[in-house]
Design a protein around this ligand. Structure first.
Ligand SMILES: Cc1cc2nc3c(=O)[nH]c(=O)nc-3n(C[C@H](O)[C@H](O)[C@H](O)COP(=O)(O)OP(=O)(O)OC[C@H]3O[C@@H](n4cnc5c(N)ncnc54)[C@H](O)[C@@H]3O)c2cc1C
Length: 438
């Protein structure tokens, strides 16, 4: 046994990454102490004390086997990911996305981890990093005291960007006569669609760009995450920008005679179908303004909101500078980091890094670890985190560009297929060689 790893493994944060990490270790017989500050102390975005709470959208991205997120999911499934199997158990119809009933999903994960004999749950905020092997999985909203502790070790300030949450509306406040069910490019009724005429669209656009937004508490520069721009921010980039983004009027057949110039999509939130989230409508408009502007959308004139959109500061470390390939702090190798705090972006990717960290700890306990090949999706995330240029490091969800490129130039579709086939082969070999051995 490698003496530098000490038991129990202390995991701070029972979010997407911490929950997966705890499960992967516990199921291999490793004792874990799992610290979670909620519900005693909530973050600005979490609402419950449940583990692996999904703070915004309820989607864990694509299941398409040729999509990078689909490849990542397949690899996680092969490794018995708790997040993926629970998500599948509580999946909602959402076309090619894996969307879940967020409450049932998080409750189940909480129960599973609470009941596991190798996991001791400690319901406290961690203000000082404990001694012994520790995994920091406290996410983009890490509490202030712990943030200061991490800064003390790395000597570096955290990087940050702003991320926004989309509103959710009650199903019984929607006027279904003005909307239709259907999925883009697919024959399914997974989404509820509101078609807008040209006149309706430009009125909506005008009100959106002129609506009042919330002020920033501090004087920080406003840095948005490009893949999750607030809708009003996107709208400000041009009168027609939304028509090429979340409101694009393509891939859907409207049953109404009026010409569909734009379309707003809503996705089911719960298995009981009692609420819908507004797809791509993350926003920092003031709450009263959200009510006023979003009620201009046909069918939402009387919408009641389960939750309004909000904006939060996301913090992350400069991973290429601070982390080694095994997700350990270079300056303190007994401390591992997992989840969004490393600079991956998304529920899925956060859970994936929790899984990887558990496997590396397990390998350290049994000898020298074998890093995941950069040809796999799980390895590609590590490649992004540790080999990017630290001068312009940006958080990112999984992309095709993160994988080790094929040796010859290929068109996008051909490359996606090549990468998917290669990843499957290589992850299976790695599991056989590394994981199955123990
Ligand atoms: C506002 C916002 C919206 C987002 N929207 C999406 C989205 O729509 N889709 C998507 O894929 N991703 C989204 N993300 C990004 C990201 O995927 C999620 O934040 C994800 O939950 C990150 O997983 P994690 O495990 O790293 O952190 P989290 O899931 O946040 O888990 C961290 C846990 O640590 C706990 N914690 C923090 N500090 C301490 C402490 N000192 N002691 C003990 N416990 C502590 C927290 O309570 C929390 O439970 C969003 C992020 C934010 C902030």
């Amino acid at each position: 046994m490698n003496s530098s790893i000490t038991l129990p493994i202390k995991i701070i944060g029972a979010g997407l990454a911490g929950s997966e990490c705890a499960w992967q270790l516990a199921k291999r017989g490793i004792s874990v102490e799992l610290y979670e500050m909620r519900p005693k102390k909530l973050t600005p975005a979490h609402k419950t004390g449940n583990f692996a709470e999904l703070v915004c959208s309820n989607s864990l991205k694509s299941v398409d086997p040729l999509h990078p997120a689909g490849i990542l999911k397949k690899e996680m499934e092969l490794l018995d990911s708790l997040i993926i199997k629970t998500a599948k158990q509580f999946a909602l119809p959402a076309g090619k996305a894996l969307a879940v009933d967020r409450e049932k999903f998080s409750k189940k994960i909480t129960e599973t981890l609470n009941q596991h004999s190798n996991i001791k749950v400690i319901n406290e905020e961690v203000k000082e990093i404990p001694s012994g092997t520790t995994v920091i999985a406290t996410g983009p909203l890490t509490s202030d005291a712990l943030t200061q502790e991490i800064i003390k070790i790395t000597g570096e300030k955290f990087l940050y960007f702003y991320d926004a949450i989309s509103p959710i509306v009650y199903a019984d406040s929607i006027n279904y006569e003005k909307m239709f069910f259907g999925s883009r490019y697919e024959d399914s009724d997974d989404y509820l669609n509101s078609p807008l005429t040209e006149q309706e669209y430009y009125k909506f656009w005008h009100e959106l760009v002129n609506a009042e937004v919330t002020n920033l508490k501090d004087f920080e520069k406003l840095i948005f995450f490009e893949a999750c721009l607030p809708i009003e921010e996107m709208a400000r980039r041009g009168k027609n920008t939304l028509l090429y983004g979340p409101l694009k009027p393509i891939g859907l057949k409207s049953p109404f005679p009026k010409k569909m110039y734009a379309v707003v999509q809503l996705r089911r939130e719960t298995l009981d179908n009692d609420s819908f989230s507004m797809v791509g409508f993350q926003t920092r408009l003031k709450w009263g303004e959200q009510k006023r502007v979003f009620r201009l959308i046909p069918g939402l004139e009387e919408a009641e909101f389960v939750r309004f959109g909000q904006m939060h500061r996301n913090t992350y470390i400069n991973a290429p500078k601070e982390l080694d390939i095994f997700y350990r702090l270079k300056k303190e190798p007994n401390i591992f980091l997992a989840g969004q705090i490393t600079g991956v972006e998304g529920y899925l990717e956060s859970a994936a890094t929790g899984l990887v960290v558990a496997l590396y700890i397990y390998q350290f306990l049994n000898g020298e670890p074998n890093p995941l090949p950069f040809t796999t999706a799980l390895g590609a995330l590590g490649r992004h985190l540790t080999l990017s240029n630290p001068k312009n490091f940006q958080p990112s969800g999984i992309t095709l560009g993160m994988f080790l490129p094929p040796s010859k130039k290929m068109k996008r579709k051909e490359k996606a297929k090549f990468v998917a086939i290669r990843a499957k082969k290589e992850i299976e070999e790695w599991i056989e060689k590394v994981v199955a051995k123990y």
